[in-house]
Design a protein around this ligand. Structure first.
Ligand code: PLP
Length: 821
C-alpha cells in the first residue's frame, strides 16, 4: 500500500494563456473530461469545460503561491468568518487571470458567448448580506495586494435560501448550490482535524509536577477542508479560502455497533453532518440555537488547529515567535469563541502555561464589530456552554476572573461596574457575552465606519474604551472595484479606461482623474449612453423576474438590501404612496417619472419584515395596473436579491436609497457599489453615507433626516400622530393605508405596519423623517430634470469613490492591525 506519494513540482509545463491553448483545453475537457459526443455541447457542458480550463490555470498559480509563502515564511493572517458571500466565480477568474480574449475566441467555436456561459453558474451564497459580502471583497483585495491572508469559513451544504414571491408573500426555498458539484473547490482530506464536543475537563500533573488540563470523554466530529482558490488581479497570486465540512468519525458509537444496532449507529452520522448543513438566514440575531453555537465552535476550532499544525510542522512546538507571525481577524462575534479555543489548544495540547498562552492569544486576536443593534449582540447561555463546551467554559471563567481583577484595580470598590463589564452576565439565566470575550481577548477592536466607531467608543463599549483606548480603531468598509466596476459594468469600465488608462483597476484613487471630464460635453453624452444601456439591461431583468415593464427614460430609483425595519424600506413605500396620491389627485407639477425597484430577503422568522415585503408587492400591484400612473410611476419588488442580481442592478441605477435610521447602519457597502457606478445617493447621515457625502461634496448628495444624536433626543417626546396630523401629504398617505386601499380583499393584514408608524415607541422613527425624505425626493426629481447637471454629479460620484475600494480598507487593516506592511 502506498501511504504517501511525492508530488513533484518540476517538469510540469506551464499551461498556455493564448487563444489556441485555451481552445485546445476547452475542447479536451468537453470531449474527454466530460465525455461528451459531438452535438452534446449545451451551455451547461460548456460552463463545466470552461470552469475546468480556468481552474487548471488557477491551480498552477495557487501551488506557486503556496510555495512562495512556504519559502518566504511571511507573517500570516487568518480571516475567520461564518459567512463568505462569494457569488459567481467564473467571470471573476477569467478577468483576474486576464483570459477574457482567449476565452471569448474559444467559445466562439461553439457559437457561444461568455455572457451566456457564465449564466450557468449558481451563486455561492454562503452569507446573508453585507457582512458576508465584505469578507468576499476582502479576499479579492488581499490576493490583489499579494498579502498572505487565508479565509476560513464553513462549507454550508445549503447557503442563503432562494426567495420566491407568491401572492406578494416571501416563500423560502432551499439553496442546493452543490447539487451539480462545484468546480472550484479542492478537497484536502489530509488536513482533516478533529473537533471535540460534550465530555468534561480533567486535571492532572506531569512529571515535573506541573498541573494541566485535558478535555475527555468527548464526542468528536471531523472537520474536512475544502479549498477554494482566490485569484488576485493579474498578479500571479492565488490565495485560499478554506471551507470546513463536518463529517462523522469512524469509531462513532461503538457500543451501538456491538449491541447489534448497526443501522442506528450509521444513522447517528447525521448528527455530525448536520453541523455544516445550513447557513442560518438571519442577518441580525440568532438567539440561543445550539446548532449555531456548534457551527461557531466548529469553525473556530478547526481553523485554529489548522494554523497550529502548520506552525508545528515548520517550527516544532516552539511558540516563542508564533505571536509575531500570526494574526486572526474575527469577522464579528460569531467566531469569538476562538479566543478561548486558542488558549485551550496552547495549554492543553502544547502545554504552555496561562501567561504564555494569554500573551499569544491577546496579541494575535483582532475583532471587528459590525452592529450597534442590541439584539445582535450575541449571548450564549452558560448552561448550554457547560454541556456542549465544558472545557471552554472553564477557560472563559478564568479569563473573566483575571479581567475583573484588572477592572477592580482600575476602579476599586466599583462592584456595579464589574457586573456591567463581566464576560458572564449574572442572573437567573447566566449568559456568556461573546462581544466582551472578543474585546478582552483581542489587541484590536474596530468599527466599520467613522460614525459607527465613534458610537461604539462613546456608547456600547465605552467602559472598555476607558480601560484600553489603544485597542479601538476604525476601518471604514470598502468594496472591490474588480467585481463591482470592472466586471459588472464593462461599458463604464471601457469609457473610464479610455480617458484615464486602466491603472484604476489596481489603484482606485486614480479614478479621481475622471473629475475634470465632467466639464466635457461630449464625454457627458457618452457617460449617459453607457448609463442608458445599463438601464436597458436592468429593464430586461425586471421584466423577466418581476413581470413589470420599466422604461429607461424614467429615473431608476433603487433600494436593494436585506429587509429590516432599521433600513426603512417602509419609508420608501410611504414616498411611493405619496407619489401615487399626487398623480391620482392630478398634482403632477414638477414630478419626475420614476421606476422604483425594491429587493431583499427577510429573515424567515421576522414577521414585520415579511409584512413589509407583502406591502411593497400590494402597493406595486395597485400602481402598475392603474393606467393613470403609467407615465409617472412604476414599482417592482425583485425576488431573490443576491450578488449576481446586484451586478446588473448597480450599473443601471440613477438613485441609490440609503435611508436607514441614523445610528443604526454600521457602514453599508451597497451604498459604495452604487456610488462607484455613478448613482447619486439619497440618504441619512448614517454609516459610511457620511464619508461618501464628504468625499463627493454635499452638493452632490441628497441628504435628509435626523442625525444619530437627534434620534436619541427625539425619542423622548416622539409623537407620530401629531406629525401625521400636521402634514396634509402624510395624512393622505396614512388614510390610503388605513382605509385598506392596498389590501381590499385582505382586511387587516397591514395593521401591524400602520401601528408601527404611529407608535410613540417606534425605534426607527419613520414618521419623524417623512417630511425631510419627501422634500429630498422632490429635490432629486428637480435635479434629474437638468440632464447636464445630473450627469456631472454622476461623474463626480464615480470620481470620488476611490477611498471606498476594499484595497484601501485592506491596506489599513494590513498596516494598522495585522502589521504586514
Ligand atoms: C452589497 C450587498 C449587500 C449589502 O448591502 P447594504 O445596502 O450595505 O445592506 C447585501 N447583499 C448583497 C447581495 C450585496 O451585494
Amino acid at each position: 500500500m502506498i501511504d504517501r506519494i511525492k508530488v513533484s513540482n518540476a517538469q510540469v509545463e506551464p499551461l498556455g494563456m493564448d487563444e489556441q491553448k485555451v481552445a485546445e483545453d476547452l475542447n479536451r475537457h468537453v470531449s474527454l473530461t466530460l465525455g461528451r459526443d459531438e452535438g452534446n455541447e449545451s451551455h451547461g457542458y460548456l460552463f463545466d469545460a470552461l470552469a475546468l480550463t480556468v481552474q487548471d490555470r488557477l491551480i498552477e498559480r495557487w501551488r506557486a503561491t503556496r510555495d512562495r509563502y512556504r519559502a518566504e515564511r511571511p507573517k500570516r493572517v487568518s480571516y475567520i468568518s461564518m459567512e463568505f458571500l462569494m457569488g459567481r466565480a467564473l467571470s471573476n477568474a477569467v478577468n483576474n487571470l486576464d483570459l477574457e480574449q482567449p476565452v471569448r475566441q474559444a467559445l466562439s467555436n461553439y457559437g457561444c458567448t461568455l455572457e451566456e456561459v457564465v449564466q450557468e453558474e449558481l451563486d455561492a451564497g454562503l452569507g446573508n448580506g453585507g457582512l458576508g459580502r465584505l469578507a468576499a471583497c476582502f479576499l479579492d483585495s488581499c490576493a490583489s495586494l499579494q498579502l498572505p491572508v487565508t479565509g476560513y469559513g464553513i462549507r454550508y451544504e445549503y447557503g442563503m435560501f432562494n426567495q420566491k414571491i407568491v401572492d406578494g408573500h416571501q416563500v423560502e426555498c432551499p439553496d442546493n448550490w452543490l447539487r451539480d458539484g462545484s468546480h472550484w473547490e479542492v478537497e484536502s482530506p489530509e488536513n482533516t482535524v478533529r473537533v471535540k464536543f460534550f465530555g468534561h475537563s480533567e486535571y492532572y500533573r506531569d512529571q515535573a509536577n506541573r498541573q494541566h488540563s485535558r478535555w475527555i470523554d468527548t464526542q468528536d466530529v471531523l472537520a474536512v477542508p475544502y479549498d477554494v482558490p482566490v485569484p488576485g488581479y493579474r498578479n500571479e497570486t492565488v490565495n485560499t479560502l478554506r471551507l470546513w465540512k463536518s463529517a462523522a468519525t469512524d469509531e462513532f458509537n461503538l457500543e451501538d455497533f456491538n449491541a447489534g444496532s448497526y443501522t442506528e449507529a450509521v444513522a447517528a452520522k447525521n448528527l455530525a453532518e448536520q453541523i455544516t448543513m445550513v447557513l442560518y438566514p438571519n442577518d441580525a440575531s440568532e438567539n440561543g440555537k445550539e446548532l449555531r453555537l456548534r457551527q461557531q465552535y466548529f469553525l473556530a476550532s478547526a481553523s485554529l488547529q489548522d494554523v497550529l499544525h502548520r506552525w508545528v510542522k515548520n517550527h516544532g512546538e516552539d511558540f516563542s515567535e508564533f505571536g509575531e507571525n500570526n494574526c486572526f481577524q474575527l469577522n464579528d462575534t460569531h467566531p469569538s469563541i476562538a479566543v478561548a479555543e486558542l488558549m485551550r489548544l496552547l495549554m492543553d495540547d502544547y502545554l504552555l502555561n496561562w501567561e504564555q498562552a494569554w500573551k499569544i492569544t491577546s496579541s494575535t486576536m483582532a475583532y471587528t464589530n459590525h452592529t450597534l443593534l442590541p439584539e445582535a449582540l450575541e449571548r450564549w447561555s452558560v448552561g448550554l456552554f457547560k454541556e456542549l463546551l465544558p472545557r471552554l467554559l472553564d477557560i472563559i471563567y478564568e479569563i473573566n476572573a483575571r479581567f475583573l481583577t484588572l477592572v477592580a484595580e482600575r476602579w476599586p470598590g466599583d462592584r456595579a461596574r464589574q457586573q456591567r463589564l463581566s464576560i458572564i452576565e449574572e442572573g437567573d439565566h447566566p449568559q456568556v457575552r461573546m462581544a466582551y470575550l472578543a474585546i478582552v481577548g483581542s489587541h484590536s477592536v474596530n468599527g466599520v465606519a467613522a460614525l459607527h466607531t465613534q458610537l461604539l467608543i462613546g456608547g456600547l463599549f465605552h467602559e472598555f474604551y476607558q480601560l484600553w483606548p489603544e485597542k479601538f480603531n476604525n476601518k471604514t468598509n470598502g468594496v472591490t472595484p474588480r467585481r463591482w466596476l470592472a466586471q459588472s459594468n464593462p461599458g463604464l469600465s471601457e469609457l473610464v479606461t479610455e480617458v484615464i488608462g486602466k491603472e484604476w483597476i489596481r489603484d482606485l484613487d486614480e479614478i479621481a482623474r475622471l473629475r475634470p471630464f465632467a466639464d466635457d460635453e461630449a464625454f457627458r453624452i457618452r457617460w449617459r449612453d453607457v448609463k442608458q444601456a445599463n438601464k436597458e439591461r436592468l429593464v430586461e431583468l425586471v421584466e423577466r423576474d418581476c413581470g413589470v415593464q420599466f422604461h429607461s427614460d424614467m429615473l431608476f430609483d433603487i433600494q436593494v438590501k436585506r429587509i429590516h425595519e432599521y433600513k426603512r424600506q417602509l419609508l420608501n413605500v410611504l414616498h411611493i404612496i405619496h407619489l401615487y396620491d399626487r398623480v391620482v389627485r392630478g398634482d403632477v407639477k414638477g414630478m419626475q417619472p420614476r421606476c422604483v425597484l425594491i429587493g431583499g430577503k427577510a429573515a424567515p422568522g421576522y414577521v414585520m419584515a415579511k409584512t413589509i415585503i407583502k406591502l411593497i408587492n400590494n402597493v406595486a400591484a395597485v400602481i402598475n395596473k392603474d393606467r393613470r400612473l403609467q407615465p409617472w410611476l412604476r414599482v417592482a419588488f425583485l425576488p431573490n436579491y443576491r450578488v449576481t442580481s446586484m451586478e446588473v442592478i448597480c450599473p443601471g441605477t440613477d438613485l441609490s436609497e440609503q435611508i436607514s435610521t441614523a445610528g443604526k447602519e454600521a457602514s453599508g457597502t451597497g451604498n459604495m457599489k452604487f456610488m462607484m457606478n455613478g448613482a447619486l445617493t439619497i440618504g441619512t447621515l448614517d454609516g459610511a453615507n457620511i464619508e461618501i457625502r464628504e468625499a463627493v461634496g454635499p452638493e452632490n448628495f441628497f441628504l435628509f433626516g435626523l442625525e444619530a444624536h437627534e434620534v436619541q433626543a427625539a425619542r423622548q417626546s416622539y409623537n407620530p400622530d401629531a406629525i401625521i396630523a400636521d402634514d396634509a401629504d402624510f395624512s393622505r398617505v396614512m388614510q390610503l393605508l388605513e382605509s385598506g386601499h392596498f389590501n381590499l380583499f385582505e382586511p387587516g393584514i397591514f395593521d401591524s405596519v400602520v401601528a408601527s408608524i404611529r407608535s410613540c415607541d417606534d425605534a426607527w422613527m419613520t414618521a419623524a423623517d417623512f417630511r425631510g425624505y419627501i422634500n429630498a425626493q422632490q429635490a432629486v426629481s428637480t435635479a434629474y430634470q437638468d440632464t447636464q447637471a445630473w450627469t456631472r454629479m454622476s461623474i463626480y460620484n464615480t470620481a470620488a469613490s476611490g477611498r471606498f475600494s476594499s484595497d484601501r480598507t485592506i491596506r489599513d487593516y494590513s498596516k494598522e492591525i495585522w502589521g504586514l506592511c
